[in-house]
Design a protein around this ligand. Structure first.
Ligand code: DC
Length: 230
Protein backbone atom coordinates (compact mmCIF):
# COMPACT_ATOMS: atom_id res chain seq x y z
CA UNK A 1 0.00 0.00 0.00
CA UNK A 2 1.41 3.33 -1.11
CA UNK A 3 0.90 6.14 1.45
CA UNK A 4 2.18 9.69 1.29
CA UNK A 5 1.78 11.83 4.44
CA UNK A 6 1.56 15.59 4.15
CA UNK A 7 1.41 17.48 7.44
CA UNK A 8 1.77 21.07 8.55
CA UNK A 9 -0.14 24.02 9.92
CA UNK A 10 -2.89 25.92 8.07
CA UNK A 11 -1.90 28.14 5.18
CA UNK A 12 1.15 26.18 4.10
CA UNK A 13 -0.57 24.91 0.95
CA UNK A 14 -1.21 21.36 2.18
CA UNK A 15 -4.53 20.82 0.43
CA UNK A 16 -3.50 22.13 -2.98
CA UNK A 17 -0.26 20.16 -2.86
CA UNK A 18 -1.81 16.96 -1.51
CA UNK A 19 -4.53 16.98 -4.17
CA UNK A 20 -2.04 17.57 -6.99
CA UNK A 21 0.40 14.92 -5.72
CA UNK A 22 -2.47 12.43 -5.46
CA UNK A 23 -3.49 13.18 -9.03
CA UNK A 24 0.06 12.77 -10.30
CA UNK A 25 0.45 9.43 -8.51
CA UNK A 26 -3.10 8.32 -9.35
CA UNK A 27 -3.81 7.85 -5.67
CA UNK A 28 -6.85 8.89 -3.66
CA UNK A 29 -6.64 12.01 -1.50
CA UNK A 30 -7.96 12.48 2.05
CA UNK A 31 -8.10 15.82 3.86
CA UNK A 32 -8.22 14.68 7.48
CA UNK A 33 -8.79 18.27 8.65
CA UNK A 34 -12.16 18.04 6.89
CA UNK A 35 -13.02 15.07 9.15
CA UNK A 36 -12.32 17.08 12.32
CA UNK A 37 -14.27 19.98 10.80
CA UNK A 38 -17.26 17.79 9.90
CA UNK A 39 -17.50 16.47 13.46
CA UNK A 40 -17.20 20.06 14.73
CA UNK A 41 -20.04 21.12 12.41
CA UNK A 42 -22.16 18.29 13.76
CA UNK A 43 -21.44 19.17 17.42
CA UNK A 44 -22.44 22.79 16.80
CA UNK A 45 -25.50 21.71 14.79
CA UNK A 46 -26.65 19.61 17.75
CA UNK A 47 -26.10 22.52 20.14
CA UNK A 48 -23.23 20.72 21.90
CA UNK A 49 -20.14 22.37 23.38
CA UNK A 50 -16.83 21.75 21.57
CA UNK A 51 -15.10 21.29 24.96
CA UNK A 52 -17.53 18.54 26.01
CA UNK A 53 -16.01 15.20 25.01
CA UNK A 54 -19.27 13.31 25.55
CA UNK A 55 -21.13 15.71 23.21
CA UNK A 56 -18.36 15.36 20.63
CA UNK A 57 -18.44 11.54 20.75
CA UNK A 58 -22.22 11.65 20.58
CA UNK A 59 -22.07 13.79 17.43
CA UNK A 60 -19.60 11.35 15.87
CA UNK A 61 -21.66 8.30 16.77
CA UNK A 62 -25.06 9.60 15.80
CA UNK A 63 -24.37 10.31 12.13
CA UNK A 64 -22.73 8.76 9.10
CA UNK A 65 -19.75 10.80 7.91
CA UNK A 66 -18.44 10.27 4.39
CA UNK A 67 -15.51 11.90 2.63
CA UNK A 68 -15.27 11.24 -1.09
CA UNK A 69 -14.33 13.28 -4.16
CA UNK A 70 -13.40 16.32 -2.06
CA UNK A 71 -16.88 16.45 -0.52
CA UNK A 72 -17.92 16.04 3.11
CA UNK A 73 -21.32 14.48 3.80
CA UNK A 74 -23.16 13.95 7.07
CA UNK A 75 -26.06 11.52 6.69
CA UNK A 76 -26.03 12.33 2.99
CA UNK A 77 -26.19 16.10 3.54
CA UNK A 78 -23.43 18.00 1.74
CA UNK A 79 -21.59 20.16 4.30
CA UNK A 80 -18.46 20.80 2.19
CA UNK A 81 -18.91 24.58 2.33
CA UNK A 82 -20.35 24.71 5.86
CA UNK A 83 -17.26 23.09 7.43
CA UNK A 84 -15.18 26.12 6.31
CA UNK A 85 -17.36 28.62 8.20
CA UNK A 86 -15.76 30.90 10.84
CA UNK A 87 -17.83 29.19 13.57
CA UNK A 88 -16.42 25.74 12.68
CA UNK A 89 -12.89 27.14 12.28
CA UNK A 90 -13.11 28.73 15.74
CA UNK A 91 -14.26 25.50 17.42
CA UNK A 92 -12.28 22.83 15.57
CA UNK A 93 -9.09 22.94 17.68
CA UNK A 94 -11.13 22.31 20.79
CA UNK A 95 -13.04 19.41 19.22
CA UNK A 96 -9.87 17.85 17.82
CA UNK A 97 -8.17 17.85 21.24
CA UNK A 98 -10.33 14.98 22.59
CA UNK A 99 -8.27 11.75 22.66
CA UNK A 100 -11.21 9.38 22.08
CA UNK A 101 -12.34 11.33 19.03
CA UNK A 102 -8.79 11.28 17.68
CA UNK A 103 -8.49 7.52 18.22
CA UNK A 104 -11.70 6.92 16.28
CA UNK A 105 -10.81 9.25 13.41
CA UNK A 106 -7.30 7.78 13.16
CA UNK A 107 -8.89 4.31 12.86
CA UNK A 108 -11.20 5.60 10.10
CA UNK A 109 -8.28 7.21 8.28
CA UNK A 110 -6.35 3.93 8.31
CA UNK A 111 -9.45 2.06 7.11
CA UNK A 112 -9.95 4.64 4.34
CA UNK A 113 -6.38 4.09 3.11
CA UNK A 114 -6.83 0.31 3.19
CA UNK A 115 -10.06 0.59 1.20
CA UNK A 116 -8.43 2.86 -1.40
CA UNK A 117 -5.18 0.90 -1.80
CA UNK A 118 -3.22 3.72 -0.15
CA UNK A 119 -3.45 7.43 -0.75
CA UNK A 120 -2.16 10.89 -0.07
CA UNK A 121 -3.33 11.92 3.38
CA UNK A 122 -2.97 15.44 4.70
CA UNK A 123 -3.33 16.68 8.26
CA UNK A 124 -1.37 17.34 11.41
CA UNK A 125 -0.46 13.85 12.66
CA UNK A 126 -0.39 11.67 9.55
CA UNK A 127 3.37 11.06 9.58
CA UNK A 128 3.65 10.98 13.37
CA UNK A 129 0.63 8.85 14.34
CA UNK A 130 -1.62 7.65 11.52
CA UNK A 131 1.04 6.33 9.11
CA UNK A 132 4.50 6.56 10.73
CA UNK A 133 5.74 4.09 8.07
CA UNK A 134 4.45 6.13 5.11
CA UNK A 135 6.59 5.89 1.97
CA UNK A 136 7.21 9.64 2.23
CA UNK A 137 6.45 12.07 5.03
CA UNK A 138 6.44 15.75 4.19
CA UNK A 139 6.06 18.57 6.71
CA UNK A 140 5.13 21.87 5.09
CA UNK A 141 5.96 25.17 6.77
CA UNK A 142 5.69 28.84 5.75
CA UNK A 143 6.19 32.15 7.50
CA UNK A 144 3.21 33.38 9.57
CA UNK A 145 2.84 36.38 7.25
CA UNK A 146 2.65 34.25 4.11
CA UNK A 147 0.22 31.81 5.72
CA UNK A 148 -2.10 34.60 6.87
CA UNK A 149 -1.99 36.28 3.45
CA UNK A 150 -2.88 32.97 1.72
CA UNK A 151 -5.76 32.21 4.06
CA UNK A 152 -7.09 35.78 3.84
CA UNK A 153 -7.03 35.58 0.04
CA UNK A 154 -9.07 32.35 0.24
CA UNK A 155 -11.61 33.52 2.80
CA UNK A 156 -11.78 37.21 1.94
CA UNK A 157 -11.33 38.06 5.64
CA UNK A 158 -9.08 40.84 7.00
CA UNK A 159 -5.42 39.71 7.17
CA UNK A 160 -4.93 40.81 10.80
CA UNK A 161 -7.92 38.76 11.98
CA UNK A 162 -6.87 35.73 9.94
CA UNK A 163 -3.32 36.02 11.35
CA UNK A 164 -4.63 36.13 14.93
CA UNK A 165 -6.84 33.10 14.30
CA UNK A 166 -3.95 31.12 12.77
CA UNK A 167 -1.70 31.98 15.74
CA UNK A 168 -4.40 30.86 18.18
CA UNK A 169 -4.94 27.57 16.31
CA UNK A 170 -1.19 26.97 16.02
CA UNK A 171 -0.88 27.33 19.78
CA UNK A 172 -3.83 25.04 20.46
CA UNK A 173 -2.82 22.40 17.88
CA UNK A 174 0.85 22.37 18.94
CA UNK A 175 0.29 22.32 22.69
CA UNK A 176 -2.47 19.72 23.02
CA UNK A 177 -1.53 16.61 24.97
CA UNK A 178 -2.74 14.15 22.34
CA UNK A 179 -0.87 14.00 19.00
CA UNK A 180 0.24 17.65 18.91
CA UNK A 181 1.18 19.20 15.60
CA UNK A 182 4.88 18.46 15.18
CA UNK A 183 7.33 17.29 12.55
CA UNK A 184 7.25 13.52 12.39
CA UNK A 185 10.51 11.67 12.79
CA UNK A 186 11.96 11.21 9.33
CA UNK A 187 9.78 13.89 7.73
CA UNK A 188 11.17 16.06 4.96
CA UNK A 189 10.58 19.71 5.87
CA UNK A 190 9.66 22.01 2.98
CA UNK A 191 9.33 25.75 3.51
CA UNK A 192 6.72 26.88 0.98
CA UNK A 193 6.96 30.64 1.75
CA UNK A 194 8.64 31.47 -1.55
CA UNK A 195 7.39 28.55 -3.63
CA UNK A 196 4.39 28.34 -5.94
CA UNK A 197 2.27 25.26 -5.30
CA UNK A 198 3.37 23.59 -8.55
CA UNK A 199 7.00 23.95 -7.41
CA UNK A 200 6.14 22.27 -4.10
CA UNK A 201 4.35 19.48 -5.98
CA UNK A 202 7.39 19.01 -8.24
CA UNK A 203 9.67 18.71 -5.20
CA UNK A 204 7.43 16.16 -3.51
CA UNK A 205 7.23 14.09 -6.69
CA UNK A 206 11.03 14.36 -7.08
CA UNK A 207 11.50 13.14 -3.50
CA UNK A 208 9.35 10.11 -4.28
CA UNK A 209 11.25 9.45 -7.50
CA UNK A 210 14.56 9.68 -5.63
CA UNK A 211 13.32 7.27 -2.98
CA UNK A 212 12.36 4.73 -5.61
CA UNK A 213 15.27 5.22 -7.99
CA UNK A 214 18.40 5.54 -5.95
CA UNK A 215 18.13 3.98 -2.54
CA UNK A 216 20.46 5.58 -0.05
CA UNK A 217 20.95 8.77 -1.97
CA UNK A 218 18.04 10.63 -0.43
CA UNK A 219 16.03 9.58 2.55
CA UNK A 220 13.14 11.28 4.30
CA UNK A 221 14.92 13.13 7.05
CA UNK A 222 17.49 14.56 4.65
CA UNK A 223 16.13 17.96 5.48
CA UNK A 224 18.99 19.98 4.10
CA UNK A 225 18.38 19.12 0.50
CA UNK A 226 14.63 19.53 0.66
CA UNK A 227 14.74 22.95 2.24
CA UNK A 228 14.07 25.97 0.11
CA UNK A 229 16.89 26.61 -2.30
CA UNK A 230 18.44 23.26 -1.41
O1 DC B 1 -6.35 21.50 7.99
P1 DC B 1 -7.47 22.26 8.65
O2 DC B 1 -7.10 23.67 9.02
O3 DC B 1 -8.76 22.19 7.89
O4 DC B 1 -7.71 21.48 10.03
C1 DC B 1 -8.69 21.89 10.94
C2 DC B 1 -8.28 21.53 12.36
O5 DC B 1 -8.33 20.13 12.56
C3 DC B 1 -6.90 21.99 12.79
O6 DC B 1 -6.98 23.21 13.52
C4 DC B 1 -6.39 20.88 13.67
C5 DC B 1 -7.29 19.70 13.40
N1 DC B 1 -6.62 18.57 12.76
C6 DC B 1 -6.02 17.65 13.59
O7 DC B 1 -6.01 17.85 14.81
N2 DC B 1 -5.45 16.55 13.05
C7 DC B 1 -5.45 16.33 11.73
N3 DC B 1 -4.90 15.23 11.23
C8 DC B 1 -6.04 17.28 10.87
C9 DC B 1 -6.61 18.41 11.41
Amino acid sequence: MRVVAIDGPAGTGKSTVARAVAERLRLAHLDTGAMYRAVTWSVLDQGGAPEDEAAVLDALGSARFTFEDERALVDGRDITAAIRSPAVTAAVSSVSSHPKLRAELVARQRAWAQAHGGGVLEGRDIGSVVFPDAELKVFLTASPEVRAARRAAESGGPVAEVAADLARRDRADSSRAESPLQEAEGAVVLDTSDLASDEVVARVVALLDDLQGEPGELRPGDRGRARRGG
